[in-house]
Design a binder for this molecule. Sequence first.
Ligand SMILES: CC(C)(COP(=O)(O)OP(=O)(O)OC[C@H]1O[C@@H](n2cnc3c(N)ncnc32)[C@H](O)[C@@H]1OP(=O)(O)O)[C@@H](O)C(=O)NCCC(=O)NCCS
Length: 182
Amino acid sequence: MAGLNQRSRQCSWCQIKEVFPVPEIRPARSSDAPALTQLTRELGYDASQAVISARLMTLLTSERYEILVAEGESGLLGWVVVERRIALEFGERAELTGLVVSSEARRSGVGRGLVTGAENWARRRGLATVFVRADVTREAPHPFYESLGYHREKTQHVYEHKLKRGDPGPGSPRRMPAQSRL
Ligand SMILES: CC(C)(COP(=O)(O)OP(=O)(O)OC[C@H]1O[C@@H](n2cnc3c(N)ncnc32)[C@H](O)[C@@H]1OP(=O)(O)O)[C@@H](O)C(=O)NCCC(=O)NCCS
């Protein structure tokens, strides 16, 4: 159910103040799968509902992840996934691995509410840092994260390698010549 508080924004072209009820930020549940599938499409990933349901179950049953949704009067308005990660070089921290707000609900504080919820989850686990990677070709996330106090640390390229079954790949140890195995 939506909260009772309200938030307003100025319409960019008509100068009329629009008023929105503040959505409730809550953990996702398995029954959210249809709405999450729709929202994930808005992020540019066209996975089926069955696939999203299966991924959602993995997220819901592991302590390592939290998936939060924003629920307004008309249904789900957005989701965020936060993951507790460890790396040898920087230790433990939280990463926002996905975030989307429905195009009709943007610029009304929903994204901010979701990120705040994810940060609170990280804080309760004693994590001191939250990081997020944002595609340089997307426009909104950069001013969005900066407005929330995030600073740009670096820009990277992302590499992908599709693995074929049974292919050990170029990085695997080479078979040693017969004489050196003696
Ligand atoms: C990025 C995104 C999640 C922001 O969600 P949102 O609900 O619109 O953001 P909020 O309303 O909470 O914005 C908070 C503040 O961020 C800044 N901001 C958000 N979107 C902005 C934009 N498009 N341009 C400039 N500033 C922006 C503003 O300062 C805003 O405060 P204000 O509206 O009071 O000025 C949303 O645009 C989105 O889903 N985009 C597509 C998917 C995506 O890029 N996901 C991020 C992947 S890392």
